[in-house]
Design a protein around this ligand. Sequence first.
Ligand SMILES: NC(=O)c1ccc[n+]([C@@H]2O[C@H](COP(=O)([O-])OP(=O)(O)OC[C@H]3O[C@@H](n4cnc5c(N)ncnc54)[C@H](O)[C@@H]3O)[C@@H](O)[C@H]2O)c1
Length: 468
Amino acid sequence: MSEPSTKICCIGAGYVGGPTMAMIAKQCPDIEVNVVDINESRIAAWNSDLLPIYEPGLDEVVKEARGRNLFFSTDVSAAIKSADMIFISVNTPTKTFGIGTGRAANLEFVEKCAREIALHADGHKIVIEKSTLPVRTAEAVKRILSSASNENATFDVLSNPEFLAEGTAVEDLLAPDRVLIGGESQEAIDRLAAVYGRWVNPENILKTNLWSSELSKLTANAFLAQRVSSINAISALCEATGADVDEVANAIGTDSRIGPKFLKSSVGFGGSCFQKDILNLVYLCEHFGLPEVAAYWEQVVLMNDYQKRRFSTAVVKTMFNTVSDKKIAIWGFAFKKDTNDTRESPAIYVCRDLLEERARLTIYDPKVSLEQVKQELVYLMTSENGTLSEKHRQLIDENVEVADSASAATTGAHAIAVLTEWDEFKDIDFHSVYSSMKKPAFLFDGRNLLDREKLSKIGFEVYATGKS
Ligand SMILES: NC(=O)c1ccc[n+]([C@@H]2O[C@H](COP(=O)([O-])OP(=O)(O)OC[C@H]3O[C@@H](n4cnc5c(N)ncnc54)[C@H](O)[C@@H]3O)[C@@H](O)[C@H]2O)c1
């Protein structure tokens, strides 16, 4: 096997590029890792004590390697020139314009990276797709690289999708279920495998062809989201029939063919990946003339939309069909616990619905600021019809505030809506929360996090997803 690479460049210092490269640098002290990004404030934050993303255990990993063999900078061209391996880890959001709007992945940022690499590369480079991409993107990347200005520049392109989950990124990177490497050059595959092989069992390093690797990432996210939508579909039936969704999940999850994970019913899945990747899969199926397959997967997203809307409707209906001028405490705004990421969080949709009903929202999330909340609401309300109406602007400005603790958010509130499963919500003094609220005091548990019986005994009127 060839010598492992000694210099890595990663383009994109986001939720994937930052933690992944920090882990490589920590595990391989002799490999220089340069993480570059065009976003100056993000790079400044990576170089500070307050990292731009929150992940349990990440501070320690970064502190150990930063300045030793891990560097964050905005000098993209220098990092490309000096590296043997270049990871592309930029965002691939859903297109919001032109052909494939609302479905296809916007590959603009990936293409720009490929062009930058083609422009600055000298010598042999292994270019690694770390971003989640539509199957056959490597073909386009290879074509762009083949136009490199320097004739000494040669390339191998690999696909190495990332399977980490936000909130457990450090654990996942430290002990991944598998590392997937797809490519055409065995030598390039082996060189990348040798980097991961420093700490990952070789049996867990899977090697495939390029297209299988690209498609496996989209498929993995589609399957995970499908489980959430499946149990959420059953949660609606539970509410109608008197069955309990947690009992059903437990009963089916003990079947070893089904397994217990990803069977927690909730207000819906969120995050930057699931919806975008399924829509991308739907677009690909349509593109390849497979409308039935496209319709099958699209239903996973439609069910998720239904679940979010069902939750907000339940809030309004339960509170005597009006929440106008009522204060609602929103517990949690991040798309899941242990992250500050709010992209596509179900909380944004629920808050939008409640604001449209003229509710007053007091939000508490340990890792999310008022600015971030407002940005998400403005983004959602603008993207719906292209402009932010004066009415929506006013609702966001006047009816949204944040509190600095979960209990502070509830003072004088008519209801609490639990929208993120932060552990701290389980340890709240619910007696004092209850006494500080208007009566009847409603509690809508969108994560089935809290002890419903205990809360009912205190006096709360509790609505929990999938429970009649
Ligand atoms: N977030 C996750 O949990 C996760 C998990 C697995 C895979 N992925 C995939 O990984 C990719 C990155 O996701 P993310 O969450 O890290 O995105 P992100 O938005 O957090 O980070 C992407 C970064 O790339 C930078 N960037 C964009 N174009 C650039 C360019 N031309 N040069 C330099 N920097 C550039 C942006 O400024 C941004 O900081 C996506 O394809 C995503 O689908 C994400």
